[in-house]
Write a protein that binds this ligand. Structure first.
Ligand SMILES: Cc1ncc(COP(=O)(O)O)c(C=O)c1O
Length: 486
């Protein structure tokens, strides 16, 4: 039997997603025209050709000006922006209870919450160790206002939230203060889907909840009539590639009313004076959309949502699950000539409660770490786009490699010159742990051939010994990997 037959026998649901192969030909033909294997959907989604066409036609047909004024060009634009806003609320079943604030990206949405959340002495900020740095950054605002900070740990090796430790943390919220729990619906490091039931559980214990949905929504439905976090953040380019530069904060109206903005700007006030230094913030989302929106891009959000709806999220999810299952089992099975495993996977090795983001490191037959930056270069030479590093998620990486406080202190001892590359060097001297990895992630346009091309690349590392960290080093100035002695 050929691999494809084995695959279809093991994952019969894949056959029901055949419409995506036709879609790939029609809408994502540039991938195969260039022989490109795109495996960085968690970094950014890919756009369909028709999304860009429809957007360009709209811009070329109508006269659009800066919204929120009474001129015809402005009114036309305001209508499009408000139509996109309504489409976003509809898409997430959030109309009525939520407000949608357009932001430059998920990070922009997180910062709006971070700086305006009513942290005070007695408040607590609870973060999961698995969080993107744009969520970790909230702690700076919380600590500056006298709140306390805790991290809920992950279990190893699955990198899931430790449910018992989380329950203990949640039970310790003092009544009368505002507390915030922030966690990702899906990890951008391990692909783990964290339990959405945590939202209700935390709210019942007196917490407000921020759900980072950035890595979840490209392949999963988020129904905000069923799960009701106080805040949800996301970036649209991760869902459907185009446009970049637009994200969203979905915020429950009651939670919005509790936020206290630390400043005002053009576009966010109903009234401001220079005499007496007074201002009246606009109501609703308008009070949070600083300056001019990325208005020409916003209609592309509505186009992208329609595209995703037409393609069908369940179909995408099913395909990604089948491909991820195949990829995981094949990677686990890879062996060097001496029988030792070639790959170490971080996070779950089955598709249960996980998405299509797979993070790993490769080792030589003696168990020495291969340099993931060199592997990225080699994959690139074969037309494969993947991602390496720590993916802005230091906590998941620390848990994955069980880095100790001493390991981290040894890195910080490098002072201002500390970088991920140098930290990896320090860890190698301390016994061979890694502080970074290689990540492949699947999405809407992925197919079996993509996965096979990556697996062929991975299998090519059998008995490889010249790519260990000892044999190569990273030149910070040129940002290139150099071989010792070259
Ligand atoms: C889980 C998660 N949260 C937040 C972000 C930040 O998104 P952005 O860079 O678009 O602001 C990312 C980006 O990779 C992410 O994966």
């Amino acid at each position: 039997m050929h691999d494809i037959e084995h695959f279809l026998a093991a994952y019969p649901d894949y056959a029901h997603t055949a419409a995506l192969d036709e879609l790939r030909r029609r809408e994502y033909g540039r991938l195969d025209a260039a022989g490109h294997v795109y495996l960085d959907y968690t970094g950014g989604g890919l756009h369909a050709a028709s999304q860009v066409r429809e957007h360009a036609e709209l811009l070329n047909q109508e006269v659009f000006g800066n919204p929120h004024s009474a001129s015809p060009s402005s009114i036309a634009m305001t209508r499009r922006v408000e139509s996109a806003r309504a489409a976003v609320l509809d898409y997430f079943d959030a109309a009525g209870e939520y407000t949608a604030v357009f932001t430059p990206n998920a990070t922009g949405a997180l910062k709006l919450v971070a700086e305006a959340f009513p942290f005070e002495p007695g408040s607590r900020l609870l973060l999961t160790a698995d969080n993107h740095n744009s969520v970790n950054g909230i702690r700076e605002f919380a600590l500056a206002k006298g709140a306390s900070l805790d991290y809920a740990p992950l279990t190893r090796p699955d990198l899931r939230i430790d449910a018992a430790a989380m329950a203990t943390e949640l039970a310790q919220a003092e009544r009368g203060c505002s507390h915030l729990l922030a966690f990702p619906a899906q990890s951008n490091f391990s692909g783990v889907k964290h339990p959405l039931a945590l939202v209700d559980q935390a709210q019942a214990a007196g917490w407000q909840v921020l759900l980072d949905a950035a890595a979840f929504v490209p392949t999963n439905r988020l129904d905000l009539s069923a799960v009701r976090p106080d805040f949800v953040v996301l970036s649209f380019y991760k869902m459907f590639g185009h446009p970049t530069g637009v994200g969203c904060l979905l915020v429950r109206k009651a939670a919005l009313a509790r936020l206290r903005r630390p400043w005002f700007a053009g576009g966010t006030v109903n009234f401001a004076t220079t005499q007496g230094a007074m201002h009246v913030l606009s109501k609703g989302e308008a009070g949070f959309e600083d300056g001019t929106l990325n208005y020409l891009s916003i209609p592309a959000v509505e186009i992208g949502l329609r595209h995703l709806q037409r393609v069908g999220l369940e179909r995408i999810q099913s395909r990604v699950r089948c491909l991820t299952g195949w990829l995981l089992s094949a990677l686990v099975a890879l062996r060097h000539g001496n029988g030792r495993p070639m790959v170490r996977l971080y996070g779950p090795t089955t598709t249960v409660e996980r998405g299509g983001t797979v993070t790993m490191n490769f080792y030589d037959p003696e168990g020495h770490l291969l340099d993931y930056r060199r592997l990225e270069e080699l994959a690139g030479e074969r037309g494969i786009s993947l991602r390496t590093g720590c993916f802005c998620n230091p906590g998941a990486g620390e848990a994955a490699e069980a880095l100790s406080e001493d390991d981290l202190k040894a890195g910080l001892a490098l002072g201002e010159d500390v970088s991920l590359a140098r930290f990896v060097g320090v860890l190698q001297q301390r016994g061979g742990k890694s502080a970074g990895a290689l990540r492949v992630s699947l999405g809407l346009a992925s197919n079996f051939a993509d996965v096979q091309r990556f697996l062929a690349f991975a299998a090519g590392l059998r008995d490889e010994t010249s790519l260990t960290l000892g044999a190569v080093s990273f030149d910070i100035e040129s940002c290139r990997v150099v071989r010792d002695g070259s």
